[in-house]
Write a protein that binds this ligand. Structure first.
Ligand SMILES: [Fe+2]
Length: 371
């Protein structure tokens, strides 16, 4: 049985001003937005809504500790709608605030507390990567466990995903590169997932070609070319989000989580560190199947032969974000066994979507090759 669905209503606006006039913020709205984005786009447009500047709770990707502090500060404030404006990580946090009960957050992630939706949830991405606005997943860094963990539950699906290309204009180049490479990996992993359907593959392949052709244009035309394509990249990341929310991500994501969890490597960058090596191993283990279609799509875009496809892909991506070895991130060689254990024991949800089965030996081999 194959199933395909898109749950949130997807709305597109040209400007934040237009969005806010439709949203009509009220005093029982809880809005998560960084101070910088608020100042640049939302000042004077949020009426009496309660605004939480999540950047005050720490830099980088959110952890269980940060969520706990935010929940304490929101306290007894009564709200009916949660509106989140930001990168995937804050959208993931906002999803938790739309639940009837979210504390203790570790219990929620361990499924000791059931996820029950009780507030309306509106998600507005400011990056072009995670696709979080259309997925039912919230990923948190669990400090006490040294890794990231995803909670997947339909109670976490937004009511509305709102796309405003204007918000991407201020994204620094490095964040843009990491987030759009993350979206590319969502599209690729969902394309080769055993759960892929003709519908999800349509979204995956469109996202792959929009992102890679966009990268080629940026390599040639620089920042100007990027600014001309913000809407394309935002659409592509949402397409990729739709694809992977149906077909799933897999080993690249699973194997990047210990790197992100222990060494705080940003999500897209950690994924890129693993990406091509995982596909080289898939290609070796199972050259017949969806990977052939993927390679065809990639060779058409990159204008190369199938044998060089992952090298050429890396060459293009390196011009946006240089791939680094695991040791360059500070990983120690004797930790590769621990990384492998974490993946094999804790990331079953993602590893179930691998193009072909990866054994413990395969996983350790990939880490070693990238060390
Ligand atoms: Fe991702």
């Amino acid at each position: 049985m194959k199933e395909f669905r898109v749950v949130p209503v997807i709305k597109q606006y040209d400007t934040v001003k237009e969005f806010c006039s439709q949203l009509n913020p009220q005093k029982d709205d809880l809005i998560f937005v960084s101070g910088g984005t608020f100042k640049r786009y939302f000042e004077g447009l949020t009426a009496e809504a309660k605004v939480v500047d999540y950047r005050q709770y720490g830099d980088g990707e959110p952890s269980d500790d940060m969520v706990t502090r935010m929940r304490e500060d929101v306290g007894a404030f009564e709200y009916k709608r949660v509106i989140a404006v930001g990168g995937g990580t804050i959208l993931d946090v906002a999803k938790l605030f739309s639940l009837q009960e979210m504390m203790p957050v570790l219990d929620l992630f361990d499924k000791k507390i059931p996820a029950v939706r009780s507030k309306k949830l509106i998600l507005v991405p400011t990056t072009c990567g995670t696709g979080s606005e259309v997925t039912n997943i919230s990923v948190l860094l669990l400090n006490s466990r040294n890794t990231k963990l995803g909670l997947a539950d339909d109670a976490l699906l937004a009511n509305e995903a709102v796309l405003i290309p204007e918000l991407l204009k201020g994204l620094p180049k490095r964040f843009f590169a990491a987030s759009s490479i993350d979206a590319l990996i969502h599209a690729v992993e969902s394309f080769t997932s055993p759960k892929a359907s003709p519908f999800s593959r349509m979204f995956s392949s469109k996202a792959i070609s929009m992102i890679l052709n966009g990268f080629k244009a940026i390599v040639e035309g620089g920042e100007e070319a990027r600014m001309a394509r913000t809407e394309d990249f935002l659409l592509a990341s949402t397409y990729a989000g739709i694809a992977f929310s149906n077909a799933g991500c897999a080993a690249v994501h699973a194997m990047s989580f210990p790197l992100g969890g222990m060494y705080h490597v940003p999500h897209g960058e950690a994924n890129y560190a693993l990406f091509t090596q995982v596909y080289k191993v898939y290609q070796k283990l199972q050259p017949i199947g969806a990977i052939q279609e993927l390679n065809q799509l990639l060779t058409d875009i990159l204008g190369c032969s199938e044998q060089d496809v992952y090298e050429k892909l890396e060459e293009l991506l390196n011009q946006l974000l240089m791939k680094q070895s695991l040791s360059a991130y500070g990983v120690k060689e004797d930790e590769l066994e621990l990384f492998t254990d974490i993946v094999m024991e804790k990331q079953g949800r993602l590893m179930a979507n691998n193009y072909t089965e990866l054994s413990r030996e395969n996983v350790l081999g990939i880490y070693k090759a990238l060390y």
